[in-house]
Ligand binder design. Sequence first.
Ligand code: SF4
Length: 431
Amino acid sequence: MSEEYQILLWSVGCRANQSDRQMMLHDLESMGFRAGTAKAEAEVYIIFSCCVTAAAERDSRKLARKALGFNPEAKVIIYGCMSDYLKSLNINPMNKIPDLPARLVGHTDRKRLLEDLKETLDRQSRHIRPVDAKPRTTLKVQTGCSRACAYCVVPAARGSCSSMNIDEVLESFKKAVDSGSREIVLTGVNLGDWGSDFKQRRNLYDLLTELEKAAVPEVRIRLSSIEPWALSFELVDLVLKGRGFCPHLHVPVQSADPALLDRMGRNTDLYKIKEVIDKAVSINPGFAFGMDLIAGLPTETQNAFENSLRFIEEVSPAYLHVFGYSKRPGTRAAGMDGQIERGIIKERVHELIKAGRKKTLEFVERNKESERDVLITGRKKSSYRGLTDNFLEVELTEVRNGDKKLEGERVTVKLENGMQNGRWIMGSILS
Ligand code: SF4
């Protein structure tokens, strides 16, 4: 085997998976492997898999097949959620997918996987590469979930809630700052439940208060996603008035029909969400609120669906992430009467996407002429691309810093015209 022995890590699904991938990438590089995320030929592929929908599971398998297309001799590992979920259903007791020569490795077997890989490495000559500084770092402070929403496989795939303690979070935060990150995205499988597993319960607000004290001006902090019950007036106050936080929150509301939410076991107070959002906008008119919605949950009537459409109008989100319900074996929702036909789910998905695009265009419009903090994330020919603090993607029309490399820098940008798809907005650098 050559010293170019390479491991590639690919991920599907949520930010928690991206964060897991980033951590493993870091571990592999410090063990001496040449590891990366490129779509290229390698000796080992680790797929950070997802199983929340049938489509996500298909995508995970597709990536495994793609890896074998690059190198039919490669070791392919399907890591994480999909493996744990299949094991929870007692599928593949031999830890193999029958139609795919890939090994299943669950989250709890991470250590063993690294040991196995280390053994391989000990048979190689070492090839150590420094870890590149990344302008955006995902910091996973919690994993698992102790809730039991009727449609969700996450507790089976990720286990119950397990939070990183405050000292560890602060240490990881400092490491990310020292490595040159300019935005740190706090993430978790159920971030809003951070601290609920401690003997002396803590909550996300406590954690954010500590992080605010550790915040430095060069680095901004973003929250990835919090469940509706974690959204509170005090949290919004801290995020919008405290030091260092991005004025952006994302909440997986999933439906705005109270009876349907009850049936799904989701303790959601829709009135409170609306009040909290109104307050946030009154504090900071540029505040971005994003929502997840699922179309076609079992028993979703036309009227229930229209409640979600109405809610979109009421809260005017900056963007929507829309999912079509997919039946996952082993969940309570899979056994419910009142399953919705595929065709109807598709139509509802389409309607929600349309409503979301309209709201995004309105949000872009509201932001025109405003000045925002932008993190430059990449270059496109002669211009740069970046992300505003309130989660708008921007393309910079006028770059006044000559040849100075701007990737990874934070600059103030005046936002100008929106582009066709509504997300991209043109802007020019002021400072
Ligand atoms: S809160 Fe509900 S939807 Fe979210 S991960 Fe937990 S069980 Fe799944």
